[in-house]
Design a protein around this ligand. Structure first.
Ligand code: KMH
Ligand code: ZN
Length: 275
């Protein structure tokens, strides 16, 4: 078990509407301001989804590039772009995300029911995205929504070799309706199935946020928090800013005597390329 806790913040996502969740950062200014606050509170990685001028999810290449640049200029955070996008995004647009030259990108290891929708990640898409991360020297974070996706991760590594940088880092995304439940016994089962030497974080969507956070800390894992996954801080009390969630995660990490990992340590752990 490491001495520190890597905290990733996922501030926006593609699912909530700004009209419903006014605290959601959707402009570049809001995103950079949020990222700075979250870095000060203990985050080391920012997982990024962007919005267009109407606050709708977009994978516009120029906007993605500007976002990466602005986050690099304004923060010391590791910039991880989502290649998941929204469930409606075409594969080609999702593959093109890497052209924005992020430090990291998400790579989901299989298709999963996603509420009433389907988040599509068929094998040929996964494999192509993985090969592109290797060629473009972008560190993938393997997103695992279900136990079967852990098996798919093994298959990917067996067939295509190690990721850029050589280190495998995963994120268990738990509690999505259609994916694995967000509870301690499922977390332990997933962690036991991970590749040897892999590091992992976990995030629990919605009301599974706290059980997953506490289980992850007790099992030696890292944390992902943010308004992509959680918009309710406590029963009847909406999240007012992403930094509240990072502060809560940082407090829990301190309590577990594994304080937040500084970005420089996270860069070394994840073997991200110096850009
Ligand atoms: N918005 C979800 C459909 C990722 O960022 O890679 C997919 C998602 C995963 O959020
Ligand atoms: Zn995401």
């Amino acid at each position: 078990m490491g001495a520190t806790t890597l905290i990733t913040v996922a501030p926006t996502g593609a699912e909530s509407a700004k009209a419903d969740v006014p605290a959601l950062p959707v402009t570049l200014d809001e995103l950079v301001r949020t990222a700075k606050e979250c870095e000060a509170a203990g985050a080391a990685v920012v997982h990024v989804h962007i919005r267009d001028d109407d606050a709708r999810p977009t994978l516009d290449p120029a906007r993605l590039r500007d976002t990466v640049q602005a986050l690099r200029e304004g923060t010391g955070l590791i910039v991880q772009l989502s290649t998941g996008g929204a469930v409606t995004d075409p594969y080609e647009d999702r593959l093109r995300v890497l052209d924005a030259e992020p430090d990291m990108c998400s790579l989901t290891c299989g298709t999963v029911n996603f509420g009433a929708e389907v988040f599509m990640n068929p094998w040929p898409f996964m494999a192509e995205l993985y090969e592109r991360t290797q060629a473009m020297e972008v560190v993938p974070e393997f997103e695992l929504f279900d136990l079967g996706q852990v098996a798919a991760l093994h298959r990917l590594l067996d067939r295509h070799g190690p990721p850029y940088g050589g280190h495998v880092h995963c994120d268990l995304v738990m509690g999505v309706p259609g994916g694995m439940p967000g509870d301690a016994r499922t977390l332990v089962a997933a962690v036991e199935a991970l590749p040897e030497g892999a590091t992992w974080s976990a995030t629990g969507v919605g009301r599974t946020t706290l059980p997953v956070m506490l289980a992850a800390l007790s099992a030696g894992g890292h944390l992902r928090v943010g308004m992509e996954d959680t918009i309710t801080y406590a029963k009847g009390r909406p999240v007012t800013a992403n930094v509240e969630l990072v502060e809560r995660a940082a407090s829990a990490a301190h309590l577990a005597q594994r304080p937040p990992m500084p970005p420089a340590e996270a860069r070394a752990l994840l073997a991200v390329k110096r850009r």
